[in-house]
Design a binder for this molecule. Structure first.
Ligand code: AMP
Length: 399
């Protein structure tokens, strides 16, 4: 069985893809399809070695987006139907209570993924359409779903239960599931490897800080808490999402400002977080605004760090003993300012950053704490595509 895997991450209006070797991690090609279903701005950017192709024009739906991407593969010398792909790995956002392992996709599995759309209406429908389209375009190749919720199926009951009417919650699947699990799992394994200890012996607090952001508490390789809940809205402040809110705010705004349900969803998913406070959602732009003396941008940064440190404190107590604090994803890997603020003045808790290491950029996993810091602070680049490719290859091998 070939270890060549096509990894697909289908969002509501975008598809991220990568063709890579699961064993060596060598990437053959990658790309991004954007603004699917929109009248303007449709675009596919495809990269293969040092070649970069760009297609611009409306993209009707996911199927059309994949067709265009496949065409660009062909233009760079790769015919996906004959390239010897061993498996297609799909990132699927919500596995509900049903899926907590990478799963070979059958008609029944696909139906269940569609059913789970009631828990993830913005994500699972796009994942299902991506799977259908790939099955048509690449018939006969095993397809595997890798669930973003899977790593958190171990959350203890106290951590996963909302204090709501128990019968109502159970009837509607209302509990905490957690997301970004593929990244948290991958990064926690890499961190243990870097420390030279078995994952089962290491306690970690992981901050996945990208456009979406979440933290987790991992005890001996097992997730015991995480900040995202039933949906990816809970927890940390994010690029465009608020994270934790007083639940009373939404009925108040519906009543006082006349917001209806679509307006609430827009506010929570797209117009809040760093963007809601400062007008920009990219941390590089936020930093620029702060450097220019913008008070709202500074407030956005302070709120972001305040929330992050609140969870850092909570997870230090939950775990009792912590071996490593780990930063990953776009902001976590690239912003020394965020990392420094996140763990500032915690020497008394055994956390001592080395400012020079924090500022020094090197590829791969690196320690940014002092050698004598009892808690190691690490930067670990995440690689969800590789984790999905490896999981898909393994499932395809045993299918
Ligand atoms: P991700 O979702 O992991 O791709 O992360 C995307 C986010 O990472 C962007 O929105 C940026 O805010 C952030 N980011 C990327 N590069 C940098 C950088 N050099 N400095 C600060 N933030 C960055």
């Amino acid at each position: 069985m070939s270890d060549l895997v096509l990894v697909l991450n289908c969002g509501s209006s975008s598809i991220k893809y990568q063709l890579l070797h699961a064993d060596s991690a060598q990437v053959r090609a990658s790309g991004l399809v954007e603004k699917i279903g929109e009248a303007h701005g449709g675009r596919v950017v495809h990269e293969c070695g040092d070649r970069k192709l760009v297609h611009e024009g409306p993209i009707a739906d996911h199927r059309a987006g994949l067709r265009q991407a496949f065409e660009m593969f062909r233009e760079t010398g790769i015919d996906l139907t004959t390239a010897g792909i061993g498996a297609v790995g799909h990132r699927v956002v919500h596995g509900g209570e049903v899926f907590w392992r990478p799963t070979l996709i059958t008609d029944e599995v696909l139906d269940t993924i569609r059913d789970l759309s009631r828990l993830a209406p913005l994500h699972n429908p796009a994942n299902a359409v991506g799977i259908e389209s790939t099955s048509e375009l690449l018939p006969g190749i095993p397809e595997v779903a890798v669930f973003d919720t899977a790593f958190f199926h171990t959350l203890p009951e106290a951590a996963r239960t909302y204090a709501l009417d128990a019968k109502l919650a159970a009837a509607h699947g209302v509990r905490r599931y957690g997301f970004h699990g593929t990244s948290h799992q991958y990064v926690s394994e890499k961190a243990a490897e870097f420390l030279g200890r078995p994952a089962g012996e290491v306690n970690q607090i992981i901050f996945h800080l990208g456009n979406g952001a979440s933290a987790s508490a991992v005890r001996g390789g097992v997730a015991v808490d995480t900040t995202m809940g039933m949906t990816p809205l809970e927890g940390l402040v994010m690029g465009t999402r608020p994270g934790d809110l007083d639940p009373g705010i939404m009925p108040h705004l519906m009543h006082a400002a006349g917001l209806d349900l679509p307006a609430v969803e827009q506010l929570l998913n797209r117009d809040s977080g760093i963007k809601g406070l400062s007008g920009v959602n990219d941390f590089r732009e936020l930093q620029q605004l702060i450097d220019n003396g913008d008070a709202q941008a500074k407030l956005a940064f302070d709120v972001y760090i305040h929330r992050l440190r609140r969870y850092l404190g909570a997870y230090l107590v939950e775990l009792g003993t912590v071996d490593a604090i780990v930063f990953t994803a776009g902001v976590g890997e690239n912003s020394p300012t965020v990392r420094a603020a996140a763990v500032a003045d915690l020497q008394n808790l055994g956390i001592q950053l080395d400012p020079t290491r924090n500022e020094t950029r090197t590829p791969g996993v690196r320690r940014i704490s002092t050698d004598s810091s009892p808690v190691a602070v690490l930067v670990v680049p995440t690689n969800e595509e590789l984790a999905i490719a490896r999981a898909a290859h393994e499932v395809a091998l045993s299918a």
